[in-house]
Design a protein around this ligand. Structure first.
Ligand code: AMP
Length: 402
């Protein structure tokens, strides 16, 4: 029997998300989340999807990622799908930063782990947790291949003129300062699916992909390759996000240091955690912002307008980068669910061939779909992202090709 199952692990700083996927039919066998790892209030939410066992919860401290993954392994074992199962082919790990060297899905060995660790200074929030997740999984199943799939990988095709900041080259190179881009697994998956929806090969289409979740990024994709993306050295650059500022004059940092006496860490925390929609109006959930707008709340209205203004600037910029555009594609929590955001983002862009059909836009649904009127020169699409499936696909393809 050829093993066909992939366990996908997405280890964050205090959480582990996981999915067990059977690549024979792309079905989800189990999904879950361990959260607040390291705190007294840790919880594990586990849902077996095969066999109909129903959701299970565990509460109580999970001391570290080791303890969390062990608990996950126990839950899977209780469903007869444990890590010792001969049907498990590979564990696929989401790794946020692969830098310049790790640009394709990679079988993890000591050298690869060292490289992921070496990149911690440019991904201090994410790469340490990713390393811990891999080490724990290795300890639990030493004989099983572990594959790292990098969030930066899709963007490694970016040309130098998009990847470099206009700063002193020696300083930049000495400290690996350049634009890496993130959400790459999502941009890759969504651009492939969008091409499918258009009935074309990815190599034949130019797309503007808007991944609008709590984190948000845009990318310009020409013929399946990333030509530019809005996140840079870190996931702070670009669009207005739930709690991150996105683009800002770097002099704001000096100004806050000199005038407000804030430390580097304080400014870092301000721009990453207390900015974006949250900083502007006190809420980072688009649903809540829309509710407040309906009640005439001015701060929520302004936050929405700033969010949309930035989005429009990126649509325009990437239109210019690509020259011709086949579709603008919305994905992730806000992009998939918020018809008002989609409508506002393309409003007034008829000269660029862009429009949404009110009814199609409002219709909702879980499938990839077009929301532009049939006459539109440039299509507008909603394509639900599936980063876990993409990680499973890439991990499985790598071990199957060995
Ligand atoms: P993600 O990071 O992709 O999981 O997206 C999370 C974000 O999606 C949340 O913070 C919400 O702002 C947003 N979201 C989820 N559902 C909806 C909805 N029905 N309408 C508007 N925004 C939504």
């Amino acid at each position: 029997m050829t093993p066909t199952r992939v366990l996908v692990l997405n280890s964050g700083s205090s959480s582990v998300k996981y999915q067990l996927i059977d690549m024979a039919d792309r079905s989800r066998l189990a999904v879950g989340l361990a959260e607040r790892i390291g705190e007294e209030t840790s919880a594990l939410h586990h849902e077996p999807l095969a066999g109909g066992g129903g959701k299970r919860e565990r509460h109580g401290r999970l001391a570290d990622h080791d303890a969390a993954l062990e608990a996950v392994a126990e839950e899977l074992a209780a469903d007869g799908m444990g890590l010792d199962s001969p049907e498990l082919a590979v564990i696929g790990h989401r790794v946020v930063h692969g830098g310049l060297k790790l640009t394709v899905p990679t079988l993890v060995d000591d050298a690869v782990l060292k490289e992921i660790e070496r990149l911690i200074p440019v991904a201090p929030l994410h790469n340490p947790a990713n390393v811990t997740g891999i080490r724990t999984a290795q300890r639990l199943r030493p004989d099983l291949p572990q594959v790292a799939v990098f969030d930066t990988a899709f963007h490694s095709a970016m040309p130098e003129h998009a990847a470099r900041y206009a700063i002193d080259v020696e300083t930049a190179d000495a400290h690996r300062v350049r634009r890496y881009g993130f959400h790459g697994t999502s941009h890759a998956y969504v651009s492939r699916k969008a091409a499918e929806l258009l009935g074309k090969d990815p190599s034949e289409v130019n797309l503007i992909v808007l991944h609008l979740g709590n984190g948000a990024s845009a990318s310009a994709v020409r013929g399946g390759r990333c030509e530019d993306t809005s996140m840079g050295l870190t996931p702070l650059e670009g669009l207005v996000m739930g709690t991150r500022s996105g683009d800002i004059d770097p002099a704001v940092v000096f100004h806050l240091g000199r005038v407000a006496g804030m430390s580097m860490d304080e400014v870092d925390e301000l721009l990453n955690k207390r900015s974006g929609l949250l900083g502007l109006c006190g809420d980072n959930d688009m649903r809540q912002i829309r509710r407040r707008m309906a009640e005439g709340d001015a701060a929520a209205r302004l936050a929405f307008d700033i969010y949309i203004h930035r989005l429009k600037k990126y649509i325009g910029a990437y239109y210019a980068v690509l020259g011709t555009v086949d579709a603008v594609v919305f994905t992730a929590g806000v992009g998939e669910n918020s018809a008002p955001v989609r409508e506002a983002a393309v409003a007034g862009l008829a000269e660029l061939g862009l429009a949404v059909d009110g009814e199609l836009n409002a219709a909702g649904g879980k499938e990839a779909r077009l929301i532009s009127p049939s006459y539109a020169r440039v299509k507008v699409a909603v394509v639900p992202t599936d980063e876990e499936l993409e990680i499973a696909e890439q991990s499985y393809a790598l071990v199957a090709s060995r």
